[in-house]
Ligand binder design. Structure first.
Ligand code: ZN
Ligand code: ZN
Ligand code: ZN
Length: 134
C-alpha cells in the first residue's frame, strides 16, 4: 500500500513537470499537488530522487529546481550517456534541454587536460530565449 502510494506520487510529479515544461522547486511541486493529497516534503524529495535516477527528471542546481527530461532518442527515454546543457531564459523561465556532440568533445578534452574524470554533467546556460530577445 505504501509502495503503491509512493509510485503514484512519482507519476503525479512527472506528469506535472511534463505539463508545466518549466523548472519547479520542490516547494512549488508540493503546493501544486496539495489537492492530490501530497503534503509531505520527504515524499516529494524521495520521488524526485527516483525520477532523477531513472533519467526522467533533471535537477537544475543554479535554480534549485527540477525539470522533466525532454530529450528523446527515437521515442525512447534519454539514457544521458552524453553531456547535456540547459538553456535557461532569465526573463520568462523557459528551459530547453540541448545535446550536442561538441559538448562531449569539449568535456573529454577538458577531462584530459585537467585530469578530472567527469560523471553525469549538466551544463546550465543562462540567457534570453528567442521570444524574450526581441
Ligand atoms: Zn534529459
Ligand atoms: Zn539524449
Ligand atoms: Zn524567455
Amino acid at each position: 500500500m505504501a509502495r503503491r502510494a509512493a509510485a503514484a506520487t512519482t507519476q503525479l510529479i512527472l506528469a506535472l513537470l511534463r505539463k508545466i515544461k518549466k523548472p519547479l522547486s520542490a516547494y512549488d511541486i508540493l503546493s501544486r499537488l496539495a489537492d492530490d493529497g501530497i503534503k509531505s516534503p520527504p515524499t516529494v524529495y524521495r520521488a524526485l530522487e527516483q525520477l532523477q535516477e531513472k533519467h526522467e527528471v533533471h535537477k537544475l542546481a543554479g535554480l534549485n529546481a527540477f525539470v522533466a527530461c525532454d530529450h528523446r532518442h527515437g521515442g525512447k527515454n534519454c539514457d544521458h550517456s552524453h553531456a547535456i546543457g540547459f538553456a535557461i531564459c532569465r526573463s520568462c523561465g523557459a528551459v530547453a534541454e540541448l545535446a550536442h556532440a561538441s559538448l562531449d568533445t569539449a568535456l573529454s578534452e577538458l577531462s584530459q587536460k585537467s585530469g578530472y574524470q567527469f560523471g553525469d554533467t549538466v551544463i546550465e546556460m543562462y540567457g534570453m530565449c528567442q521570444g524574450c530577445k526581441r
